[in-house]
Design a protein around this ligand. Structure first.
Ligand SMILES: Cc1ncc(COP(=O)(O)O)c(C=O)c1O
Length: 411
């Protein structure tokens, strides 16, 4: 299939059966999420991220409310990815230590370096376009192993430096994200390293499942933050390989059953593997050249286990342009309709770009059941993770936007 797709209702009617009957709970489930949550919430620096109500913007778009879960402050790493990669590193190290010692170590003993003689001999590796690699490198430093991260040529120096700051070796690979994924897998095999990938492929699903289970905290936290008596009717969430979207989708579907919100997956027009896969009914590569400012979403191939969930749980797929993303970053920074200002990076705003596109287009609005009573949840998946690019797009630095927030609050 080639040419623009742009908007597609899932040809497979979603949620025809309870979550567990679809066999999907073997991929992600609340039991494993609770395990991840019990672990991650004990880490130093854990804090619930804010859920910001963008009521003014919602009214302007003819919607009831927009609830924006702002992941920009997650563990000081700037994105939701802090939850996944680092958790998978920890799970791997615990397994290795317990394999060698016969007892599972607790997290604090790893943080204190009590098993360094084992963990220092281990190396974790992954491909990244920025955020996932930072999480893996951070996890490796916190829990005491070595780390090698592969980036492609378009990953900015600022993003590489942020990873190297956690002590990882950062190596460049020719090609795009998917080439870096393959290189990480090949080198791991050759050197006896452990791949900690956020994407799954045939024969490699266990670690990405841990990564996605860590992301589940976003939905679990949000559910405790919704205004009393309010549940979202729609979730617009951005997709790279589909991991975070599948994680949210599974949480809402398993927790709310037939009351689960509609799920709309939003991708860059140039990195459209999820909508292509939905159209073809099977994993299908992106048709675009993956050249987009939304670096975290520049993925050419779906994660196979994420895809299995989205195939059944997503209601629709949308693509958005770089221009739409840039103007949504400015919109959140300027907050012209009286909402709180938000610092949001390029990949954070795809969901917002998608809902504004859908809400103002009569055909899409009707097809998705959007109305003045709709409550839309978005996940702002990153803050200004590339500060120079943020300033170039928004016209002000992230700090200047934050300062103006404080002035508004003081006034
Ligand atoms: C900021 C940001 N948002 C969204 C995504 C997409 O996540 P996934 O690849 O799990 O779909 C990424 C992936 O790196 C990201 O960095």
């Amino acid at each position: 299939m080639s040419g623009p797709l742009g908007f597609l209702l899932n040809p497979q009617p979603p949620r025809q059966h309870p979550y567990h009957l679809g066999g999907l709970s073997e991929i992600l489930n609340l039991h494993a999420l609770n395990e991840a949550r019990a672990e991650i919430t004990t880490w130093p620096g854990y804090a619930v991220t804010p859920l910001v109500a963008l009521q003014g913007l919602a009214s302007k778009a003819g919607l009831g409310n927009i609830l924006y879960k702002d992941e920009g402050s997650r563990f000081g790493l700037g994105s939701f990815k802090a939850l996944g990669g680092a958790y998978a590193v920890l799970r791997y190290l615990k397994k290795e230590v317990s394999r060698q010692l016969g007892v599972e170590p607790d997290t604090s003993s790893l943080i204190r370096g009590e098993h360094r003689e084992i963990t220092e001999m281990l190396t974790v590796v992954c491909a990244t376009d920025g955020n996932h690699g930072k999480s893996v490198a951070w996890g490796a430093r916190n829990f005491g192993c070595k780390c090698v991260i592969y980036v492609h040529a378009h990953v900015s120096q600022a993003r590489r430096d942020a990873i190297a700051a956690y002590g990882a070796s950062v190596l460049e690979v020719k090609g795009a994200y998917d080439d870096a994924v393959r290189k990480a897998a090949d080198d791991a095999l050759e050197n006896g390293w452990q791949v900690i990938s956020d994407t799954s492929y045939e024969g490699y699903t266990e670690v990405p499942r841990d990564v996605m289970q860590g992301y589940g905290i976003i939905a679990a936290e949000a559910a405790t933050q919704f205004p009393a008596g309010v549940r979202p009717t729609h979730v617009f969430v951005q997709g790279g390989v589909g991991g975070v979207a599948a994680s949210l989708c599974s949480w809402f579907w398993e927790s709310y059953g037939s009351d689960a919100p509609r799920f709309i997956i939003v991708e860059p027009a140039n990195a459209d593997c999820l909508i292509r896969s939905a159209g073809a009914g099977k994993p299908t590569p992106a048709a675009g050249d993956l050249d987009t400012i939304m670096a975290g979403l520049a993925c050419g191939e779906v994660s196979v286990i994420a895809w299995e969930i989205l195939r059944e749980g997503a209601d629709a797929f949308l693509t958005v342009t770089d221009e739409a993303a840039a103007s949504c970053m400015r919109l959140l920074a300027e907050a012209p309709f009286g909402d709180a200002r938000v610092v949001a990076g390029e990949s954070a705003v795809a969901g917002l770009a998608g809902v504004l596109l859908a809400a103002t287009d009569p055909e899409k609005r009707k097809a998705l059941g959007l109305s003045e009573s709709s409550v839309v949840m978005l996940v702002g998946t990153e803050g200004a993770t590339d500060p120079a690019l943020y300033e170039q797009i928004v016209g002000r630095s992230a700090d200047a936007v934050r300062d103006s927030m404080l002035q508004v609050a003081d006034a």
